[in-house]
Structures are given as structure tokens and as C-alpha cells.
Design a protein around this ligand. Sequence first.
Ligand SMILES: O=P(O)(O)OC[C@H]1O[C@H](O[C@H]2O[C@H](CO)[C@@H](O)[C@H](O)[C@H]2O)[C@H](O)[C@@H](O)[C@@H]1O
Length: 278
Amino acid sequence: MSNTGQVNTPRSKTTAGAAGLDALRGAPSGAVLGFDFDGTLAPIVPDPASARAHPGAAPALARLAPQVGALVIITGRPAALAVEYGGLEGIDGLVVLGQYGLERWEGGELVTPEPPPGVAEARAKVPEILKASGAPPEVYVEDKGQALAVHTRRCAEPQVALDRLRGLLDALAERTGLAVEPGRYVLELRPPGMDKGKALNDFLRSRASSPSAVLFAGDDLGDLAAYDAIDALREKGVPGVKVCSGSTEVTALADRADVVVDGPAGVVAFLESLLTSL
Ligand SMILES: O=P(O)(O)OC[C@H]1O[C@H](O[C@H]2O[C@H](CO)[C@@H](O)[C@H](O)[C@H]2O)[C@H](O)[C@@H](O)[C@@H]1O
């Protein structure tokens, strides 16, 4: 039993999830497995630049790669950073969709669009907004090129700091044509029009054949769009599995997941368990 009271086994608490797992195990070579990075493959840490994948994550993915149809990481991170922090280079066939799907990395090749002009405008304005609002000095702005992530995790009262910034960043997003993506003690200003559900669907459409099953594992609010995509696929008859990397910080995913495990260590245990059943 884990410290969130969940058992790390590849069992589903829902009938649809159990059907999804059965379909995945029955035809793994046609299955598509998607993963978020921070909080799912990598434990959450105070400094975004210090995040690294759980030591068991890349080895488990490398063992899964030749047995399944496709492995795809869909992350808010720049794709190349997720590859570096995850130790994911060299995993056969792995695709990493970064910045919520705006970027694509595969086999060392990165495709990334030009950021819209609103990002540069927001980059110039955010420091002024933080100063004028009296935000604590621990507020940290992560510049991701395509987006700016305003982090409050290191503040004494991170939720209070986040709540105080929300309206100001919403207004800035509106002025600059960007969207606000809320996450774990973070508000991201990023280009609109893409999310993890659209990224997952685009990835599925880019493949030659329809998947035997689709699994997605996530931990944060930005991953709910991928859950929506799995729900929609199920309605069309494609088996799906929603895995939640559980935490006390975000509960919205656990409520909708088929399988809830205890953070990145639980995700790795889940993958290892899945490997034994393929
Ligand atoms: O889609 P993801 O892979 O989950 O990325 C979402 C954001 O994750 C990162 O922030 C989160 O992880 C940090 C490191 O553990 C943590 O300090 C922070 O509080 C979390 O919000 C990342 O820094 C962002 O750029 C990602 O978009």
C-alpha cells in the first residue's frame, strides 16, 4: 500500500478501463501509450530545471518500446528538455510532443514552430506585473520559448501567491492573444489552439492504422484534455485506459481515472507490472 492509500497494480477500477487493459494486453503491437512528463514520469521538485525522470522510467519505456505500437510523451515542457531530463534519447521509436503538442521530437530531430508575437510581449510585461503586484521574490518565471510559466511553488504560501496572480495573468493573456494554462503551482502563458487531447488525436491520426488500445498517464490539469480524448475514442469503440499519477496537490484526475497509482514511482511500478503481463 502506498502513502496515498493506492495499490500499484495494473488493475482498473472501471469496466471501460479493464476492457482497455485487456485490449492492450491482447494486441500490444497495435497499442499507443502516452505519458505526461512532470509529475508522471518525473517526481515534482521545487526547481523546474532540477526535475529528472524517476530512475526506473526510461528503462521501463525502453523495454516497452519494441512490444507496443507506439510510445509518445505529451508534455508542457519543451520537447528537447523532456528528452534530456528524462534520459529518453535512444528509446526506439519514441515521439515527444512538447509545449502541449506544438513541438515534435523524434529520433533526435526537433520540429518547433515560431512563437506568436504575443509571447515576446508577455515576456516583456511579466516582470513589470510581478513587481507592481508585490509578488513574493520566490515567484519564478520559466521561459520556454513558446510560453512563459510563472511558478509559485517556492513561495511560503504558493496557492495564495498563485491566486493573486491569476487575474493579472488572465488579463495579460487576453491582451497578448495567449491562453493561461493552470498547473501545479504554475500559471503558463502559452499559444492557444493546442492541448494534449488534440496532440494525442493528431498523433493517432498520423499513424497508418487505428490503435488496438490507447493509454494515457498524467497527473495535472493539462492532462484532462488527453482524458477527454480517451473518453471520445471509447465512444467510437477504441479501447482506452486513463492512468492517474496520484498526488495530494491535484485530485481532479483521480476522479476520472481508471487506474490510480502513487506518483511517478507508482507509474514505473505500473509499467513494470504491465510488462510482465504482455
Ligand atoms: O505537461 P508536464 O510534463 O506535466 O509539464 C507541466 C509543467 O511542468 C513543470 O512544472 C511542474 O514541475 C516542476 C518540476 O517538478 C515543479 O517545480 C512545478 O511546480 C510544476 O508545476 C514545468 O516546469 C513546466 O514548464 C511544465 O509546463
